[in-house]
Write a protein that binds this ligand. Sequence first.
Ligand code: AMP
Length: 190
Amino acid sequence: MTRLLIMGPPGAGKGTQAQLVADYFGIPAISTGDIFRANASEQTPLGIEAQRYMDAGDYVPDEVTNNMVQDRLSQPDAGNGFLLDGYPRTLAQVEFLDSVLADQNASLEHVIELVVDEEEIVARLLKRAAEEGRTDDSEEVIRNRLHVYQEQTAPLTAVYAERGLLLRVDGLGHVEEVAARVENAITANS
Ligand code: AMP
């Protein structure tokens, strides 16, 4: 049973790494950002609500996000473990996830933190915005997303470090190199 989280600033390559690492361990990668984007493009009520926060680089309210994650984790494919990408991002989300897992008599095994330099991140995000035409990736919005991350999410790594769950991994390098570092860190600590 492998229950993992991957954390790191926007642009650290979380999504790509989450997919590779989840495939390696045979568990689903669950990205809250992807779920919000899919809902936004289908114009569901959830997507319409989430869109305005995403466009500004702000977080979707905890209650909305928590309900969505609870629903996703109750689906059968998450029963054998999962890798959450982009959740939790606030202390309230950490506490909510704790309670969802406690209800299932389950707990997290590892929390991976991808460590990347800030200038590198801004460069990556601007490149991705140009390639994908993401509406949440103008330079102003990117700076806001980084600011929100530093303020609300970066402190959460200390919470998981205190629980002995945090694995810090250098996020710079080729995609396969970074994935191998993550997989090795998990295997060495399991
Ligand atoms: P991501 O693709 O993970 O960077 O997420 C894109 C956007 O979705 C974020 O900038 C937020 O607006 C929203 N989002 C994703 N995950 C969360 C979360 N755990 N809490 C609040 N908002 C989120």
